[in-house]
Design a binder for this molecule. Sequence first.
Ligand code: ATP
Ligand code: MG
Length: 332
Amino acid sequence: MGLKLPIPVREDAFSKPMPLPMPLPLPLPKPPNMNGACKLPCVPLEEVTLEDLQKISTLGCGSSGKVYKVKHVKTGKIYALKIIQEKHELAVRKQIMREMEILRRANSPHIVQCYGIFDRGGEISFVLEYMDGGTLAQVLQAHKKIPEHYLAEVARQVLKGLLYLHQNKIVHRDIKPSNLLINKRREVKIADFGVSTVLAHTLAQCNSFVGTCAYMSPERFDPDGYGGKYDGCSADIWSLGLSLLECALGRFPCLSPGQRPDWPTLMVAICLGDPPSPPPDASPEFQSFIRCCLQKDALLRHTAHGLLLHPFLKKYEQRSCDLSPLLQSLHL
Ligand code: ATP
Ligand code: MG
C-alpha cells in the first residue's frame, strides 16, 4: 500500500519540571503550568453574578462537586455552574482561584469558556459555558464504541484546544473523556483544567483520585522512575491518545476487562506494561496516530502541532464531520 506514516519524533518545546503527584506537600507548590503571572490577555466577558443564576437541573457529579444547568434570570442565557462542594483550606482555595483565572482568560473555540469564579464562604463555584451535547464519556457509554471518522473530528478539535494551551505555556493535566465536552453546534471543547489537579492533592486518599490518575502518562504517574522531570504538554498528548483509544475499543485500554482500576494495578499497567495497542482492525492511520500519542518515552511523543498534520486527520478531512448522530441517542 506504500503508506508513509510518521515515526515518532518530537519538538522539544515547553520542557518543564513538575511536582510529584504523591506525596502531596503543603503548602501547595506553585502551579507548574505558568511561569509567574498568566500571560493571557484578560478578555472582557459578560458580567455574570451568582445571584442572577437560577438552578434548572443537575448535569452531573464529579469527584469534587456538582455541576448544575442554570439560567441567567435577566438574559435567559443558559450556563453550567460547577460547585466544589467540600470546603477546602485557604491555601487550596487560593491555588484553585489562581489556576481558574487562567481558564477564565483562555479564549479559544476549543476551550469551555469560564465566565466567573466565586469563593463564597469557602465554597468555590465556576460559571461555565453550557455544553448541550454532554461529554465524550456519555457519548461512549451510549454507543459502546465510537467509529474512527468521529474520533478524527474529536481529535482535530481537541488538538486545536491543546495547541492553544500549549502555545500559551499552559498544560491541562486532566484530559479524559469526561472532560471533553460536545455541543449541538458540532463543537468539541476541553473543560476543567487546573482544578482537578489541585484537588487531587486533597483527594489522594480517596478512590476518586484513581479516576483522575488513570489517564496519566507513565512519567507523570511515576516521576521518580522517569528521572523526576516531565513535560506537561507531552503528558496531555498521552492522555488524549488514551481517551481516543478508549473510545475505539469501548473499554479502558490499560486494563483487561474485570481488572480493578486501583492505584497499584494502574501503576503496574501504565508504568511497567507495554503501551496499550490500537484494535487490529483499525486503519493503519489510526494505529499510527495512537502510537504517536502513546509512546512511553515522552521524548518520542508527538506534539499537538505535529499531530494536527497526521495522516489520520487528513484521511477524514474531506468527510462530513457532523458529530450530531453521536448525540442523538443521548437524553440530555
Ligand atoms: P471528575 O470529577 O473525576 O473529573 P467529571 O469530569 O465527570 O469527573 P465534573 O467536571 O464535576 O466531573 O463534571 C460532572 C459532570 O457535569 C460531567 O460529567 C458532565 O456531564 C457535566 N458537565 C460538566 N461541565 C459541563 C458543562 N460546561 N456543560 C455541560 N455539562 C457539564
Ligand atoms: Mg470534569
